[in-house]
Design a protein around this ligand. Sequence first.
Ligand SMILES: C[S@@+](CC[C@H](N)C(=O)[O-])C[C@H]1O[C@@H](n2cnc3c(N)ncnc32)[C@H](O)[C@@H]1O
Length: 269
Amino acid sequence: MRRAAHQVLDRPTVFEDPTAVRMAGGPGADFDERLRRSEQSPIAPFLRAFMAVRSRCAEDELARAMTRGVTQYVVLGAGLDTFCCRNPYPADKLRLFEVDHPATQMWKRERIDAAGLRPTGALTFVPVDFETQSLGAALEAAGYAACERALFSWLGVAPYLDAPTVKATLRFVAAAPAGSGVVFDYAVSPDGLNPVQRVVFDTLSSKVAAVGEPFRSFFDPQALAAELREIGFREIDDLDPDALNHRYFRGRADGLKVGGLARLLIAWV
Ligand SMILES: C[S@@+](CC[C@H](N)C(=O)[O-])C[C@H]1O[C@@H](n2cnc3c(N)ncnc32)[C@H](O)[C@@H]1O
């Protein structure tokens, strides 16, 4: 819904996604009105900006990765990410794996059909519960080649998993061939937040807990970077709110930008 809202409410867009509106149940005047109403809260534009920019950033990294010999794109916890319906890369250049919880994935596939969307390129759906199943085994059974370079996109998922599960997934990516990478967002430890950020964090945190998906892992940026280096990542770009706003939102007339909790990390093996 927020990526769809970005297409409808924000100009210019930082993330061009012509299929987001259809995936979310639009288009139509009623749909636009519903989006406008649902984006009224003071923190909505910050969340919308972050959800748009993290997808933009992952797809920018994919474009770079394609020039570095990456042949596989693995979207972990894909949710209603629409890349599979916009994938511009031919099947002999890129294999796309969408990994998600079986229940979410089934729902997404129904939504794709209901919206009249059609996946493009070489796509394989891989149903996996990260907390109880082996990601590696499921991917390999689905045709993922462990000897080829891959980029992993892991957006809006790590905060909902416990820290050991997050680390196990990062170790799996780190074991991929040199030139492979991951783009993911994470939650910083609430202890280090300023009072305003703390209020926003508490609001968000109680909202997600109320729908049964509480935030479960938090990281300190320096400690996380050290751990990533230790497990085999060599190039680490941890984009804090200033970096994201400078890279993607500067000079806007509407003031759209990410808030103080946004954190997007790009790491290459
Ligand atoms: C907030 S959504 C993010 C979706 C998408 N990546 C995006 O950026 O819009 C969280 C996703 O994580 C997935 N997820 C949460 N816990 C999971 C688990 N234990 N195993 C597999 N997927 C999980 C959900 O199914 C959902 O697709």
